[in-house]
Design a protein around this ligand. Structure first.
Ligand SMILES: [Zn+2]
Length: 74
């Protein structure tokens, strides 16, 4: 009965680990077929242009806006 909860927790943990890995180690990861944030398919051209891309254009813009915000604070 706890399957759904486990899955959610597993996914949250996975995303946390991935985010941590990204922060610590910005190495070239394989580009993803789907946005890690919203599961939107990432266009082939974008995947080839941006090696290791994990976000769709929309989420990338949000992330960039947020990181600018954080940089301003730090
Ligand atoms: Zn997205």
């Amino acid at each position: 009965m706890a399957d759904a909860m486990d899955l959610v927790q597993e996914r949250a943990e996975e995303m946390r680990q991935r985010n941590l890995a990204n922060v610590l180690n910005k190495k070239k990861l394989p580009s993803r077929s789907f946005c890690v944030n919203c599961d939107t398919p990432i266009p082939e051209l974008r995947r080839r242009t941006l090696i290791g891309v994990e976000l769709c254009v929309h989420c990338q813009q949000i992330t960039e806006a947020q990181s600018k915000h954080f940089k301003g604070k730090v």
